[in-house]
Write a protein that binds this ligand. Structure first.
Ligand code: GDP
Length: 191
């Protein structure tokens, strides 16, 4: 049994997709054990998006790879080829995005919840997310367009990447008293 955190990001909230998105998780057998709508400030968003340099370099390298694939010059668009600097820029865009409207924060519980949720959410970039995944179904945003406009890719959901990350993120977003333990009727049939 695992718990994991998802954030329905401001683009999905503003598009009225909260119900459809949560439905996907609930139907799979994952249980909502905590949920709230919250419009966070930059301070909170900054705690959510790590400043870990290794992570930022990784993010920068991913962005550089996208530029190479689409034949774009990162120097022209971003003003640098340094993966750390690019990673910091993408982080900044993420802070702006996450604070641009309310988000719905949810803790989902279930067997292998972290992995199952990432599968249902789909790959980070909508161009590569599987058609049946949430990102694949509801978004066609592209990193090339996003980088040109100096904003985060609008991919509707954040989901914890690992069990360790899930623990930290759950502690950041919820008090223990906001997390409930209850029995869902279909658990008897499914498990
Ligand atoms: P996730 O765990 O699947 O959300 O992916 P990451 O942790 O790698 O990235 C965090 C968020 O940054 C993503 O959900 C996107 O909104 C945004 N993002 C990721 N890669 C890029 C990129 O190359 N360009 C831009 N503009 N945004 C990106």
């Amino acid at each position: 049994m695992e718990k994991t955190l998802i954030l329905v990001k401001p683009d999905a909230v503003k598009r009225g997709l909260v119900g459809k998105i949560l439905d996907r998780f609930e139907q799979s057998g994952l249980k909502i054990v905590a949920m709230k709508m919250i419009w966070v400030d930059k301070d909170m968003a900054g705690k959510h998006y790590t400043t870990n340099e290794e992570f930022l370099v990784g993010m920068g390298n991913k962005t550089l790879k996208t530029y190479a694939e689409y034949g774009k010059d990162p120097l022209e668009v971003m003003g640098t080829k340094d993966p750390l600097e690019i990673g910091k820029m993408v982080r900044q865009w993420n802070l702006e995005f996450l604070t641009s409207g309310p988000v719905v924060a949810v803790i989902l519980e279930g067997i292998h919840a972290v992995t199952i949720v990432r599968k249902i959410v789909g790959a980070t970039l909508p161009t590569f997310s599987e058609p049946g995944s949430i990102r694949g179904m509801y978004s066609i945003d592209s990193p090339v367009l996003a980088n040109d406009r100096k904003r985060a890719v609008r991919n509707m959901i954040h989901a914890s990447g690992t069990v360790e990350e899930a623990k930290l993120e759950i502690e950041l977003w919820f008090h223990k008293r906001e997390i409930y333990d209850y029995h869902r009727a279909d658990e008897d049939v499914m498990f």
